[in-house]
Ligand binder design. Structure first.
Ligand code: ADP
Ligand code: SF4
Length: 689
């Protein structure tokens, strides 16, 4: 591999009055830390700059109390008092020679100002988003002038806080400026409504205001969604999306272009391949001389080179690839391609923001922990002792644990019952659309196979006798979990009448290649992705599938990964019959009885087989056996040379793949460290009274 092929990614680029050191651009992304956790945020952004991202941006930054996005936790720049927190971030980014960007935002009618209680603003009278039972007020000329003043003031404060790139933001269907541009939102009849020239007026004025205010030292970027993927009433890259850029092409110093709304911009790998935005955004470089940034979950260095050399983009924009691997640019520069931790496109990172909690990542367990736990994605403290470690089970938890202990310098033995590393990741990545998830295992396997201090044993299903005979002092059990087949779940806490195991399937059966046939009812009480993907697999296998959930939506927790509407659409298009708000009441030989969750009204659905996607239980038999044997013979462990036994990952408590990776990493960091039980295990950011 000739690493000079990648030189074009490391050429500096002039953006207005500032110069980016390379072509890696961390575009704005939410993180659930925002104005409430400025130190956590600064540390997270600083690590990205350290890892080589030439530009590191904030998340959306509220500019005024009329744009308060509570309950979401974003940036806040309402007055001078908000500047100190942001300066932490600009200092952290500048420390590594990168540029800091800030995405100034007014959210218009997409927010209800639940904290400030200010009346939301919009181009025309309109109901607020999210079914809020109140409306945004149509802005008059004074409101428009006020908004321009607020934006200008926020730009000046951002400049004073040290930002180098200041955004005018029209993306994700979430901003007032985008609402002015859109005929769906803008029904005005004055000079700000009607024709495109009129609808674009405020965008142009704010771009000019911002350039006048801060353009002497700061670059002014425009984040603009060129396509909304809406059949009628939305901007399309083939018409008005393109015309807007043609009209304003040379005003901003940089165009950061994408597609709208957020669920379109940040599509999961289940629904979109790397580079999925190119068909919409690739025209932009033809209509402007200014630098262009675009996104598309880019993780392939060769693809990045082709985008720059092919004149598609000037800088590689990334949110998720920079989350999964903050050191991606440096690894490319150093030719360390095997070390790249590629984003798997699962959107677990989005669930943090959606639930107003700090960001987390399936691939990068240190994300969000940089400040509060002092974790670094590439550095882990060296070992404290020479004691060897046995890890049993090579799923995501066992692999991450073995790898991180190996990086600390411990002698690690990793024993796996099957012939392959990966555990549930291998099983799940074989399901429709989840192929990219295999990267969780691939990245770790590449490292583990090369490590001189890690021994891998396959086909090694260990029992308690084996473990007691090894004479290895620290034993971790990462033996995973299995899907319940007793009918017990959240909505059926006492199982289901008539449960007949001969016709019952669980996801584990599907993984093992044991598929039902004929009329199959899938009862989903897990409510994340598993029920939906198994339904897809069953349809592909020729089954006639009915999908039953007691929620109002199919796969309701995927609202937080922004996939829910896509999943439900796909199942409907595949011909799956969907029964919502139904409990599974009774199972008979050739049918199931469903009961309405509200009225208990019954209905019968002909069924040849039942797939229950309910809950998982830990594979903890080995753990319990070792504990029980020590209770019978108190010196059993010491005689066998065992001083600690710890369950990790799904074996400790079943959860997401992200939870399993985190559990493995946490245990590796805590290994041989003292952790007083009564102390909070991380630093907190408190309000000082
Ligand atoms: P997690 O998500 O916690 O990593 P997984 O279910 O993905 O859990 O992985 C558990 C792994 O442990 C599987 O690959 C399984 O084959 C392996 N395993 C389970 N029991 C044993 C055992 N007794 N000895 C060795 N490996 C085991
Ligand atoms: Fe990528 Fe998933 Fe990490 Fe988000 S959580 S950055 S989608 S791997």
């Amino acid at each position: 591999m000739n690493i000079s092929n990648y030189d074009c990614l490391f050429e500096p680029l002039q953006i207005g009055p500032v110069t980016a050191p390379n072509r890696f651009y961390q575009v704005p992304h939410c993180n659930g830390m925002g104005h409430l956790r400025p130190q956590s945020l600064a540390a997270m952004r600083g690590v990205k700059a350290e890892g080589g991202w030439g530009v590191v941006c904030t998340e959306m930054m509220e500019i005024h109390p009329t744009s308060d996005v509570t309950p979401y936790i974003e940036g806040r720049l309402w007055d001078d008092g908000d500047m100190a927190g942001l300066q932490l971030m600009t200092d952290a980014v500048h420390q590594y020679g990168s540029l800091a960007g800030v995405e100034l935002a007014h959210s218009g009618s997409s927010t209800g100002n639940l904290y400030s209680r200010e009346v939301p603003l919009a181009p025309s009278h309109t109901a607020c988003y999210d079914n809020l039972p109140f409306s945004a007020r149509a802005m008059d000329k004074k409101d428009i002038s006020n908004f321009r003043h607020w934006h200008r003031q926020a730009a000046l404060r951002a400049k004073a806080a040290g930002f180098d790139i200041i955004y005018v933001y029209l993306g994700h269907d979430l901003t007032l400026l985008q609402h002015f541009l859109s005929p769906r939102h803008n029904r005005r009849t004055d000079e700000y409504g009607g024709s495109l020239v009129n609808r674009v007026r405020l965008m142009k004025q704010v771009l000019q205001d911002t350039k006048e205010a801060v353009g002497d030292r700061c670059a002014v970027a425009c984040r603009f969604a060129v396509d909304e993927l809406i059949a009628s009433g939305g901007l399309r890259c083939g018409d008005e999306g393109r015309e807007v850029i043609e009209m304003l092409s040379e005003i901003p110093d940089l165009w950061d272009v994408n597609i709208s709304d957020w669920s379109n911009d940040s599509q999961t790998s289940r629904f979109a391949e790397e580079g999925y935005q190119e068909p919409f955004t690739s025209f932009v470089k033809q209509v402007t001389k200014k630098p262009v940034v675009g996104v598309g979950r880019y993780t392939s260095p060769d693809k990045m080179v082709s985008l720059i050399k092919g004149g598609v983009l000037d800088m590689i924009g990334a949110a998720r690839p920079s989350i999964a691997d903050p050191f991606l640019p440096n690894k490319i520069r150093e030719g360390r391609f095997d070390d790249i931790r590629e984003c798997i496109g699962c959107n677990i990172c989005v669930t943090g923001d959606m639930n107003s909690s700090p960001i987390r990542c399936t691939q990068n367990p240190t994300l969000g922990e940089e400040w509060r736990k002092g974790w670094h994605p590439e550095i882990i403290p060296a070992k404290n002792t020479d004691d060897a470690v046995l890890v049993v089970g090579a799923g995501p938890a066992g692999m991450e644990l073995a790898m991180s202990l190996g990086k600390r310098g411990y002698q690690v033995t990793l024993a796996e019952a099957s012939k392959q590393l990966g555990g549930r990741v291998l099983q799940e990545s074989a399901l429709p659309g989840l192929n990219a998830w295999k990267r969780v295992a691939d990245y770790r396997e590449l490292w583990l196979r090369k490590a001189p201090n890690v021994e891998l044993y396959f086909d090694s299903s260990l029992n308690a006798r084996d473990i007691l005979s090894f004479d290895i002092p620290h034993v971790y059990l990462a033996t995973g979990a299995y899907w319940r087949r007793d009918g017990i779940s959240r909505s059926t806490p006492f199982s289901v009448e008539g449960l007949d195991s001969s016709k019952l399937f669980t996801p584990d059966d599907i993984f093992a290649g044991k598929l039902p046939s004929g009329k199959v009812m899938l009862f989903d009480d897990d409510n994340f992705y598993m029920g939906g993907v198994i339904a897809e697999k069953l349809v592909a296998a020729g089954c006639q599938v009915s999908f039953v959930t007691n929620d109002a939506l199919v796969s309701p927790w995927t609202v937080y990964t922004m996939e829910q509407h896509r999943i439900q659409t796909r199942l409907l298009e595949l011909g799956v019959t969907i029964y919502t708000q139904q409990n599974l009441s009774r199972i008979e030989a050739d049918h199931c009885v469903l009961a309405c969750v509200y009225t208990d009204k019954k209905q019968i659905v002909d069924t040849d087989a039942l797939v229950m996607v309910t809950e998982k239980l830990p594979h903890e038999q080995l753990y319990q056996t070792l504990i029980a044997e020590r209770e019978i013979k108190s010196d059993l462990w010491t005689q066998s040379g065992i001083s600690t036994l710890t369950a990790v990952g799904d074996c400790f408590a079943p959860g997401t793949i992200a939870n399993a990776v985190y559990s493995g990493h946490l245990n590796a960091r805590q290994h041989d460290e003292k952790h007083p039980l009564l102390e909070v295990p991380f630093k907190r950011e408190r309000i000082l009274i």
